[in-house]
Design a protein around this ligand. Sequence first.
Ligand code: TRP
Length: 335
Amino acid sequence: MADTIVLTGIKPTGMPHLGNWVGAIRPAVEMSHAADQRGFYFIADYHALTGLREAKLMREYTYSLAATWIALGLDPDKVVFYRQSDIPEVFELSWVLACFSPKGLMNRAHAYKAQVQKNQENGEEDLDAGVNMGTYTYPILMAADILIMNTNWVPVGGDQQQHVEIARDLAQYFNRQYQRDVLTLPEARIDEQGAVIPGLDGRKMSKSYGNHIPIFSTPDQLRKLVARIATDSSRPGEPKDPDSSTIFQLYRLLATASETEALKAEYQAGIAWKDAKDALYNLLDAKLSGPRQRYEELVANPAELDRIFREGAEKARPIAAKTMARVRKAVGVGR
Ligand code: TRP
C-alpha cells in the first residue's frame, strides 16, 4: 500500500506558544516519525497576509516558526518542509477551487462568521467591515494547500476541522464534475488532547487573550509566566482538585503518566500552589532547554533556514506540478 500522505501548515503570526506545541506541532512531529507515512509540513506565510502587514515581522515570524519546528524535532531530511509562498502551483489551484466553491460555503466558514458577528455586536452598519477577500476565501487557499499534495490526513486542532471538511467538499465537487478522481479526498485528524490547552488565566491558551506561554521563553520569563497562573485560594495542606487546576492541566500535557499520577497524589495531599508551580516550571525547563538551544542556533543562521526552505521547495514543487497538470487537463486549459 502506498504511504499515507500527512500534511499540515501553521501560520506565522507570532512566536509559537505551548498551546501550538501541544496542539499542533507535537502531534505533527510524532506523526512524522511513522514509517508508513510521508509528511508535508509548511509555513503558511500567505495565509498570514490576511492580517499581518509588516514585512519585517512576516519574515521574522516565518524564520522563527521554521526554527521552532526543527528545534522541536521535525527533521527536514525525513519530511518535506517548505514555505507556502515558494509553491506557485498552490495559488493556481486556489483559483480553480474558487470557481468550484459556492459563495454560501464561504459565508458559513467560522472565521468569517465570527467577524460578521463581531460587527453585528458592535452595531456596525456594514457587516463585512474589516473583512478582506483573503480572509473571506481563506478556506479555499487552505484547500489548495491540502489538495495540491494529494493529502490523505491533515493533523490539525479542532478549530481547523471545518476548513479540512471544506477542502474535502471542494475536491468532491471537482471530481464529480469531471467524473474522475483527479483530487484526493483529505481527512482531518484531530488531536483531542490538544483541543483544550488552558492559558495562564484558565481560558484556552491564545495569543489574543494574552494568556499564553511562548515556547522559547528564557528560563527567567518562563518562571515569571508560571508564577502568574491563576489558582484558587486554597492553602498549603488543603487537598486540591487537579481537574480544575490549570497548573495540573498543563503539567499532564507534558509529563509521563507516572509523573502525572505522582503530582495528582500530591494535590490530594495538599501541595502548596507554589510547589505545584515549581513542579511545572521544572518540567517545562527540562523539556525545553535542549530545543531552546537548537532554536537559538537556527534563528541566528537564516542562511541555513533558507537552504532548508529551498530543498523543501525542490521536493514539493514536482508533486504540486503533477497535480496541477492533472487539474489543467481535466478542466481543459493549456495544452
Ligand atoms: N489555517 C491553519 C491555521 O490557522 C493553517 C493552515 C494553512 C493549514 N493551510 C493549511 C493547516 C493546510 C493544515 C493544512 O492554523
